[in-house]
Write a protein of this length. Sequence first.
Length: 99
Amino acid sequence: MKSLLFLPFSLCMVLVTEAQTNLVPNGSFEEFTSCPWTTGQVDSCIGWHNVLNTPDYFSICSPYPVSIPINFVGSQSSFHENSYMGLLTYVWSSFVSIP
């Protein structure tokens, strides 16, 4: 009997629920106010803001340090169209002196 009540209830819930909206504004990073010309210019991407000069905004319309596909980190094509974000989480330096 419980399973007979569960079936109509679940069908009603499917009809009432709606598709989820995307909570990430400009998730593909394609909307921008100007092309970035150096690192740390996340603010030129609409809906995004930088914190302590990271992450970096890379675009196909930008010059070398933040260009696509060749940039200061290496070579990477964008997944969607013309832009992506990237950040360095760790940088190893051989110039660190150990006391």
